[in-house]
Design a protein around this ligand. Sequence first.
Ligand code: GLU
Ligand code: MG
Length: 777
Amino acid sequence: MGLLSLGTPLDWHESKKHNEHVRDNGITQLINIFRQHYNRDNDKFLWGDEVEYMLIDLDKQSHTAKLAIDKDYVLDDLNDEAKSLPKAQENNVLFHPEYGRYMIEATPAKPYDGGKLEDYVYVEENMIKRRDLSTDELPPHIKPLTITAFPRMGCGNFTSPPAKPIGPASQSLFLPDEIINRHARFPTLTANIRKRKGHKVAMNLPMYPDKRTKLLDDSIPVNRQLFKSDVEPHIGASKPGHVYMDSMGFGMGSSCLQITMQCENINQARYLYDTLVPVAPILLSLTGAAPIFKGFLVDQDVRWNVICGAVDDRTFIEKAQEPYPNYHLFGGLDINEKENLQVNNHSVNAYGDLQDLYTKDGKPIQTIPKSRYGSVDNYLGDHKFDTSYFKDSFNDLNAPINSKVYKRLLNDKSGQFDKHLANHFAHLFIRDPLVIFSERIDQDNNLSNDHFENLQSTNWQTLRFKPPALYESDADGKVDFTNKPGWRVEFRPMEVQITDFENAAFSSFITLLSRAILKFKPNFYIPLSKVELNMTLAHKVDSVLNDKFWFKSMDSWNIDYHDFTGYDFSWFDRFLMEGNDVLEDGPVYLKGYASSASLAAMNGKTNGAATQAHSGQANGSVAASAKGCEGKTVEDVNDVDDFGIDQRYTLHEIINGDGKFPGLISLIIKLIATELVPESCKHCPDSNCARTLIRLKYYLMLISKRASGEIPTAAHWMRHKVLNNPAYQQDSKVTEEINYELMESVDNLTQMKDKELVTEFFGEVISDYLLRNKAPI
Ligand code: GLU
Ligand code: MG
């Protein structure tokens, strides 16, 4: 996460003096980047994934599972030429630091090729290698697991070795500073967020209400007097009935799965970015894997809002919130103090500026509706691409902007920043830099992009639009772009999945979907306010089963649904078994594989299967006591908007289609069939290519069955495991023992050791295949 410069990170009170300097120079760097790369074209579609792991100490003797905070040396070893780096390189794997000292991140060393079918499966091989290589470096009881949130983070002795929550960086009542990465950037980041904000971050998650749940977070110390901030939960920071968390680590100590894709040019990247924006909450819901925080089952399934809160550096005034008693409205901002300032007595202009309020360096103080970690606030616009679907009215969040930056970009003589691009960057630049390194204050703006990246990489949105870096030019003023990353789009909402199979499946799904988007050019634009609503829905327990999400009405996608007939799961079988991939509307095809019937055929059930799953009968489903599984939880609003352009759909409809219209999976299958299958692969059931196609089919099947509710999401499965653990007291508490058993099951699943477990998690069809084919080839 973010930029790791070497050097001395400045404390907030020192660093804030350089905020405007970093912003000004960051924008100069951005302008230089545009000058160097704006016309760059025909870059190859390359892609890569990032997986974040947690090192879990699984102690079979004491039946405890803890976060290992003394094994971060593995990262050094895996990056050490004299130790394990050569092995990692041989396997095309790279390891990186993450926020938690117990975390490691791993990526492929070289990107995958989007034009190669086999790379969509090789991703899994690469992920398996990463897990193997890191496991090899660790003692046998330490497991690199891909869980989104550690269930007992912040509960008593949750680390190995133990550490006390008395650290000055976070001042947390629950998390010791020893969980934070040792690189000075991370504790400084933690402390600077708190110092800028003027109080600690505060996340309150609703408790999952079970029969004996006391709607009270009894883990909050009543009268610790170590830091002044210790009183915060008692003066407004904690909410009754909620699990209270007070530190960056609760959020940035969570893990996710991210995908970065390189586009042909900037205009293609803008269209892809925009088109994936409405897909983000859909994938957040579908990958939901975080039902437990701080030892409590919570009434939500995902990590997202926890991280939003965990890095929310806004002051009370910026949040338009009354300060706690005796706390400062302006937090740690450098202002010319005025007397008697109140929250609501300032008018706000069109940029979000509070009139007549400035920091000492002249920057207007603003009302800022969202944290710097959040869903996308502005589309970029596609009017320079072939599609031109975007309308100004889709950017309806009125996100504040830095007007100085906006004007500078718009007036830049290159003319490369149209109002949407200017608006996008001007919004990112409303934020202050969080960590500045003293050695990096003065930079060569023609060669360095550090100041730009400082702001860019601490705006953590569902999508990130990534410009290239700056490069030295040759004597003729030219830059050779070969092997130099170009215009990229990063997809960031997904929660990390338990197994490599699932992480590969979601990585390939998003990348294939992106390629399908670029090929078929659908129109997915809906107003961002609806995407925001979807983000809220995606948090809900089992939103996959119960909720309907806003999406572009399927008959407004601007694609002809007839073109996708037959591109369903039956395509794989026809192609491989029968050599019949002719998709004319011939009688055999129409009789044999009508698209609406084929999903049911794939499920081995009648068409009622999905409906049944939706009523809570899914494998591993939460027992009848579970709130949210009975009846609808869809808000009482119309399913179609006033113009008939956006509609609310279940995830099942969006992913699997609605019988008449193709879902996202059909787009992907048609892409595979028409663009990715190499000539040499035609109809050869036993070849490597066939095995690749079959694995891809199972990846898509995983996503299809999760969306239809036939098999559980990771969150659903974990909640079910807790609720059905004999030691569970129906009080929403996840004890050490329950946690141990859950982590043990996760470890077993990861290794696909236990047939019963694998079947419970993946359903019969996928587990049959997986138990016979653990690894791709
Ligand atoms: N771990 C963070 C998450 O779960 C992302 C950090 C990063 O951007 O690498 O979203
Ligand atoms: Mg990361």
